[in-house]
Design a protein around this ligand. Structure first.
Ligand code: RB5
Length: 148
């Protein structure tokens, strides 16, 4: 399993926490920043990470900003990305099982590091159930294909 991490300045501390967790879990990951002192623009980090997931270079992306909202809105503009903004453990599991989410967004100003660690652990260890959910995910993909 390969994971790409990205954040803006508002999510940099939580991104580092997740990097530590992935090391403990022995999950291969790339930290694509931001390695920034000042303020940056979240699309500059969400788009490259989302594209790398969409292109198959990484199995999953984990992205963080202050709220998680800007990063998730942006990532979901990339064809093939299903990014879930998650701040609870139930949703972390459900979005893998039902939506086959390939990206996880969180807000550093919303949750603490302990809960974020649990969310990441559950997200990465839950499998897509397909079945009736596949019909729905297929409809998202069909829409993406016909959209210009
Ligand atoms: C940055 O101040 C903040 O707007 C950003 O991290 C994020 O929360 C945007 O959605």
């Amino acid at each position: 399993m390969k994971v790409v991490l990205a954040s803006d300045h508002g999510g940099a501390n939580l991104r580092s926490e997740i990097a530590s967790l992935l090391e403990e879990m022995q999950v291969e990951y790339t930290d694509s920043g931001c390695h920034c002192e000042g303020s940056v623009d979240y699309p500059d980090y969400a788009i490259p990470a989302a594209e790398r997931v969409a292109q198959g270079e990484f199995d999953y992306g984990i992205i963080v900003c202050g709220t998680g909202i800007g990063m998730s809105i942006t990532a979901n503009k990339v064809k093939g990305v299903r990014c879930a903004l998650v701040h609870d453990v139930f949703s972390a599991k459900a979005t893998r099982q039902h939506n086959n989410a390939n990206m996880l967004a969180m807000g550093e100003r919303v949750i603490g590091p302990g809960l974020a660690r649990e969310i990441v652990t559950v997200f990465l260890s839950s499998d897509y159930e397909a079945g009736r959910h596949a019909t729905r995910v297929d409809k998202i993909e069909a829409y993406e294909k016909k959209k210009k």
